[in-house]
Structure formats: structure tokens, C-alpha cells
Design a protein around this ligand. Structure first.
Ligand code: IMP
Ligand code: MG
Length: 176
């Protein structure tokens, strides 16, 4: 992949306006409650930090690492926990914050896991959703943008671990 193949799909302003909207909706939905934001590292990090700034109810944060794509463009299909929660979520309202829902395997696995850990509620907030790629159904409560079945990077999302720092969502223009 060459640098000049990287094209803007969702610019920073559009993205961050949408994230602020999501934060406002979440703040309203959880009024009078406290939320445990669970970030799925590393992809969800930039989105969660931006989202958290526009949430007005009290939040705590925890971070998990799950196995995912490795350095490839296709999913292995198996999910493993590489880093678990630091604190108990028993009786807590949990919001999973993810960069993108693709096959749905990661979130299907994680939602079940967090319910088993005794959370009072478990909901999902994703920055991007690729519904055409779904293999396992997942109930996504908050979603920023639905996108076509296309590989994307930036704003936390990587290509071989790079480009997570792009302040926008990009796609890779295919060569003729
Ligand atoms: P799922 O379990 O197939 O839904 O996989 C979700 C994970 O795959 C996401 O958290 C991302 O880390 C990764 N992923 C899926 N699609 C893309 C993409 O277009 N670009 C970069 N990473 C992706
Ligand atoms: Mg991810």
C-alpha cells in the first residue's frame, strides 16, 4: 500500500460532530446512572477518549485487549482475552466502546462474557458498523456511521498497526 492510496472517507469534523451527538444521547439515556466505559484496545482508544469528553454522567474506564486480525485483512474467527478488566463490573452499567463492528464475533463474545461477570446492563457503542460483513448477530445500541464492506483505517483503526493516529477515517484506493 502506498501513502497516496489513502483517501479520506469521513473527515475529522464530521466524525467528531457525530461522536459528540452520540455522547449527548448516551448522557441522556444514562441520566442518574454511572457508566463503566470499556475500551477495546487498541482500535477503540481514540474513539473512546473523544466520546468520553462529551458524556456528562459519571464514568469510570477500563480497558481490554482481545485477539483480532493480527496483521491481516481477514478475521481469524476466534476471540481470546489478552488483557482482562482491572475492576469488577458486578451490578454496574457497562458500555463497550469499539472502533468497528465487522463480523460481530468480537462483540458477541464480549457481551456474553460481561453479562456473565454480573453487569447490571451491557450495551455497545461503535464508531463504525459494516453490516454487510456480519456473521454473528450483535445488538448495537449506539453507532456512528454505517459503512460499505471496505477496509478502513485511521482514528484508532490500523493497517499492520500503522495509521491509528490519522484524525479521520480513511479507505485504501485500489490500484487499477
Ligand atoms: P469482528 O469481530 O469481525 O467484528 O472484528 C472487529 C475487529 O476487527 C475490529 O475491532 C477491528 O479491530 C478489526 N477490523 C474490522 N474491520 C476493519 C477495518 O476495516 N479496518 C481495520 N480494522 C478492522
Ligand atoms: Mg478493535
Amino acid at each position: 500500500m502506498r501513502e497516496d492510496q489513502i483517501k479520506v472517507m469521513i473527515d475529522q469534523e464530521t466524525l467528531e460532530n457525530k461522536i459528540a451527538e452520540l455522547g449527548a444521547i448516551i448522557s441522556r439515556d444514562y441520566e442518574g446512572k454511572e457508566i463503566v466505559l470499556i475500551c477495546i484496545l487498541k482500535g477503540g482508544a481514540m474513539f473512546m477518549m473523544q466520546l468520553a469528553k462529551s458524556i456528562t454522567v459519571p464514568v469510570t474506564m477500563d480497558f481490554m485487549v482481545l485477539s483480532s486480525y493480527g496483521n491481516e485483512l481477514i478475521s481469524s474467527g476466534e476471540v481470546k482475552i489478552k488483557k482482562d478488566l482491572d475492576d469488577s463490573i458486578e451490578g454496574k452499567h457497562v458500555l463497550i466502546v469499539e472502533d468497528i463492528v465487522d463480523t460481530g464475533r468480537t462483540l458477541s463474545f464480549l457481551s456474553t462474557y460481561l453479562v456473565k461477570k454480573g453487569a447490571a446492563s451491557v450495551q455497545i457503542c461503535t464508531m463504525l458498523d459494516k453490516p454487510a460483513r456480519r456473521v454473528v448477530p450483535v445488538d448495537v445500541k449506539y453507532s456512528g456511521f454505517e459503512i460499505a464492506d471496505e477496509f478502513v483505517l485511521g482514528y484508532g483503526l490500523d493497517y499492520a498497526q500503522k495509521y491509528r493516529n490519522l484524525p479521520y477515517i480513511a479507505y485504501v484506493e485500489q490500484e487499477e
